[in-house]
Ligand binder design. Structure first.
Ligand SMILES: [Zn+2]
Length: 252
C-alpha cells in the first residue's frame, strides 16, 4: 500500500513527511482527527514550501467550507502527531508508550486529518471563533471528514470500528486534550463512517476519467487489480502484527 491519493481531494503534496510506512508498522491502525488551531490556507502554504521550512503536515486538511486537500499519500506518514502521552487509546503500541522509544511517534500508525478552526483560544495569536454548542462545527467540514474517512477504511481494508476513529487527544492527554475538542461530533462521525463503509458495495471498478480507448480502460482495470492484490497482502501483515501486539482484543 503506497502512493494512494483520494480522487475527491485536491492533491497538494508536502515535503514534510516520511515516504512509505515504518518497517515495524506496515499499515495504519487508526484514522486520527485534529483541529488545526488555525486556517487551512496556512497549512496549504506550508505544504507548498520548497525547500521545506515548517516541519508539520497532515495526510489531509479540510476547510470549513468542505475543501479537501491531500498532502501525504495513503501509504506514507505525515508529521501531525507526536509521541503518546498518557494515552487513553488502547491501540497505542507498547513501543509508542511514553518513554519507551522516542522515535515511535503516533505518525507511524495513524492517518491524520487536520480540520480548520479553533477548539480553544490559541493565546499567542489571533482567531475568529471557537467551536462550541453555540458555534458548532460546519456541516460541510464534517461531511468531508466522514467521506474521506470512508475512503480511508475502504482503501486500507481496516474495520471501521469506532475504536479506530479518534481525536489526537486520545493519544496525548498531556498537551492535546482539546484536539479536536469536546464540541467535535465524534460519535456522529464514527457512526457515519461505519455506515458509509458498510453501505458501499464492492461494485465494478470504475476506470479513471480520461481513459478513452478500450485498451486504456483494460490497462486501468489491470492496474487496479494489481493495486488491490498489493493492498490485500499488506492487510494480512497488518492484522498479524495487530493481533500479536494487542494486549486486549478490539472492543467498543
Ligand atoms: Zn493534533
Amino acid at each position: 500500500m503506497q502512493g494512494i491519493w483520494d480522487p475527491a481531494a485536491e492533491a497538494i503534496p508536502t515535503a514534510a513527511y516520511w515516504d512509505g510506512m515504518d518497517w515495524e508498522y506496515p499499515t495504519y491502525v487508526g484514522y486520527m482527527i485534529h483541529v488545526m488551531q488555525g486556517y487551512q490556507s496556512t497549512m496549504i502554504r506550508w505544504a507548498n514550501e520548497r525547500p521545506m521550512v515548517t516541519q508539520k503536515s497532515a495526510n489531509a486538511t479540510i476547510g470549513r467550507i468542505g475543501k479537501l486537500a491531500q498532502h501525504v499519500a495513503l501509504g506514507s506518514r505525515c508529521w501531525a502527531a507526536g509521541a503518546a502521552c498518557a494515552p487513553t487509546w488502547p491501540l497505542v503500541d507498547a513501543q509508542q508508550r511514553p518513554g519507551a522509544n522516542p522515535q515511535r511517534s503516533m505518525n507511524h500508525t495513524c492517518y491524520s486529518v487536520e480540520t480548520e478552526g479553533f477548539s480553544k483560544d490559541p493565546i499567542d495569536y489571533g482567531y475568529d471563533y471557537i467551536y462550541s454548542a453555540a458555534n458548532p462545527w460546519p456541516t460541510a467540514l464534517i461531511d468531508r471528514v466522514v467521506s474521506h474517512g470512508v475512503w480511508f477504511f475502504q482503501q486500507t481494508g481496516l474495520e471501521a470500528d469506532p475504536l479506530r476513529i479518534i481525536g489526537h487527544g486520545a493519544t496525548d492527554t498531556c498537551t492535546r486534550s482539546d484536539d479536536p475538542g469536546s464540541a467535535f461530533p465524534m460519535v456522529e462521525v464514527q457512526e457515519r463512517i461505519a455506515a458509509g463503509v458498510s453501505g458501499s458495495s464492492s461494485g465494478p471498478v470504475t476506470p479513471p476519467p480520461g481513459s478513452s480507448s478500450i485498451d486504456e480502460q483494460l490497462a486501468a482495470l489491470a492496474h487496479e487489480d494489481a493495486l488491490q492484490a498489493a493492498r490485500l497482502d499488506d492487510h494480512d501483515v497488518a492484522f498479524e502484527v495487530i493481533n500479536e501486539r494487542l494486549a486486549r482484543p478490539l472492543a467498543r
